[in-house]
Design a protein around this ligand. Structure first.
Ligand code: SAM
Length: 230
């Protein structure tokens, strides 16, 4: 997963990293000093971290060496570690722990509590854990459809297939300057009520959920955004 896709990842993501960085900055900046520390779980190519303020302490963790190779080429002031976010233990805490752009959906629902435990274990007192997810409704609704977009000479086609057991395989085909790359990325979705219960079990007692841009909150929203505090 992501090994062949990595060199094309930034080109095909459009403005998403910018939007996620803005969201993180808004929630991190609610109180206290302006200098912040952030841990990004599933940081990929570092596209979000590079858009956060230069004076923040940044650590990015990802399981894909290919994605991290792109992140390191950018030479930003950040530490990048190859590790699994289900079992990460850095022995230090951060003002913000972020897990964005449906990274959580890359794991089966039964593994989400371990990611929430990782977030809780790395959060400083008063810190905030931010994540988003593709909803059950979105993945169910988009299954069987194919979307093709073209940007900067890159053609991207995506087809989502419902393979059962709450798993949806995204078949991605990228064509750029005569090179064709294909990858399959599995995503999993679970009901909002289950996510709420898992967060509570992980010690997150204050959780705000939004559908973004005044969209309703529920399993039929496309994407949900979670702001979690203990
Ligand atoms: C959709 S990308 C998001 C990357 C980045 N957060 C962004 O917004 O550009 C999902 C990332 O999660 C990573 N990932 C998936 N499962 C992981 C795991 N168990 N541990 C660490 N990283 C993981 C993938 O390698 C990939 O880079």
């Amino acid at each position: 997963m992501y090994s062949d896709f990595a060199p094309f990842y930034d080109v095909v993501q459009g403005g998403a990293a910018e939007a996620f960085a803005g969201w993180i900055e808004r929630h991190a900046g609610e109180s206290g000093p302006s200098r912040r520390s952030v841990l990004e779980l599933g940081c990929g190519t570092g596209a979000v971290l590079e858009r956060l303020p230069a004076n923040w302490t940044k650590v990015g963790v990802d399981v894909s060496p290919e994605m991290l190779e792109i992140a390191r080429i950018k030479r930003m002031d950040a530490e990048f570690l190859t590790a699994d976010i289900r079992s990460l233990s850095l022995g230090r805490t951060f003002d913000v722990v972020a897990c964005v752009y449906d990274t959580i959906n890359h794991l089966p629902g039964s593994d989400w509590p371990s990611v929430f435990a990782t977030a809780a274990a790395h959060l400083a007192d008063g810190g905030v854990f931010l994540f988003d997810m593709n909803t059950l409704g979105r993945l169910r609704g988009d299954a069987g459809e194919e979307h093709t977009t073209e940007a900067d000479g890159t053609m991207v086609s995506m087809r989502i297939r419902d393979v059962g057991d709450d798993r949806y395989d995204w078949h991605v085909r990228i064509e750029r300057a005569g090179t064709v790359v294909e990858d399959t990325i599995s995503e999993y979705a679970i009901a909002l009520s289950e996510v709420g219960a898992m967060l509570e079990d992980s010690g997150f007692t204050r959780v705000e959920v939004s559908g973004g841009r005044d969209q309703p909150v529920g399993d039929d929203a496309r994407r949900l955004f979670f702001v979690c505090r203990r």
